[in-house]
Design a protein around this ligand. Sequence first.
Ligand code: ATP
Length: 466
Amino acid sequence: METDLMEKILSLAKRRGFVFPGSEIYGGLQNAWDFGPLGVELKRNIKAAWWNRFIHRRSDMTGIDASILMNTKVWEASGHLKNFSDPLVECEKCHKRFRFDEVIKDLEQFDRYKDDPEGLKEFYSRERCPLCGANFSFPRQFNLMLKTHLGATEDKASEVYFRPETAQGIFVNFKNILDTKRMDLPFGVGQIGKAFRNEITPGNFIFRTREFEQMEIEYFIPVPKSDGDWNKYFEMWRKEMIDWTASLGVDVEKEINELEVPKEELAHYSKRTIDFEYHFPFGAKELYGLAYRTDFDLKNHGERSGVNLKYKDPETGEEFYPHVIEPTFGVERSVLAAMCSAYAEEQAPSAGSEEKTETRVVMRFPKWLAPVKVAVLPLSKKEELSSVARPLAEELRRDFIVDYDETQSIGKRYRRQDEIGTPYCVTIDFDSLNDHQATVRDRDTMKQERVAISEIKSYLLEQFKK
Ligand code: ATP
């Protein structure tokens, strides 16, 4: 049933132009996806709402847009060159590679044998490749950073990495931000941008890809004197993240699980991390993360670069490295969660005959998130109707994303709009020519209301405020 939902979402995404397989005409590229005409609107709505909520509306926040390619010294200081890796095992027969923790079932046993080479050998002889049943190689650390070369020579000196997270762009610009914008602690810097990871096992549609987008915040706080001093900001962001998740149409009570990451699994920079897991059709998996990064990053960059990255207290004149709380959000995972939460099937009057019922698929996106806001549907292609419908569509286009559709029966057109989550359909029929009214249909209730054509724009603007 649940995998069924994933199949349905994948097929709808392709069929209606949310997400296409990347480079499809050439047979695709492993786990690369392209966002189509509707997908790009969903993504843009998410990024714009995030920026508005966390950057524009808050006096304690500002934003930047740093480059994807950064000096390799950044990754030395951040610890990514050394630590940003996943343990990889390779099947000795089919040579398929897997992330160790995804295929080794008995992690508890593994922990027991970790420091005992003989025991480990025995342990591996019992674990089997899920594809061909052969044994695995001994695990090795596989660095997830993607590499390329800058300039005309392809030698070690020209090697650079695509950033695996946007966060470092904020840390290395800390002094620039302080010098150009007056910000008193606590304050945060947000950024939206692409990140790249050479994932060992990408998959589950757009859930895990090698190229993706992040929306990240580094929230700088004074040096904590007690756990409570950083925990209060951690708690503030935890609540903010939950509210944001709910705004996507996710039922946080039912669909979100907050996982306190155990100490031994924390990233090298983190003192506390919560994973916000969403119940995807393929299991509960990380949607977003919240981490207390201490002063790890600023301190390392400050010490290695020799540039003073300390904050100077305006009252006491004291200089120190602020500590950091980091809420991080994946754009593609937001899109996927919003699509899974929005998807609904229900019985509705048949498009062909009012007496019969049929299953309607409706994407119940919150209105602000819907990729198309209004559909203008003249009942037929006749000139008398389109001469009224077209100017109305043009007028609405100034405020809304509008679909104009004049083919097929009106019932089928409603279904097509339901399936992409369009909150309102406006139908121009032959009565409209006399009474100058149109029918406005609500996606969720399917209720229809006659509204004067001259009032439709203000009527819809009002509905979208609700
Ligand atoms: P996972 O455990 O799933 O690999 P992670 O803990 O490595 O994720 P973070 O380093 O915390 O992820 O990255 C921050 C956010 O970026 C994640 O919460 C997720 O939304 C997004 N993200 C991370 N890796 C990917 C990926 N390969 N594809 C899509 N989104 C990703």
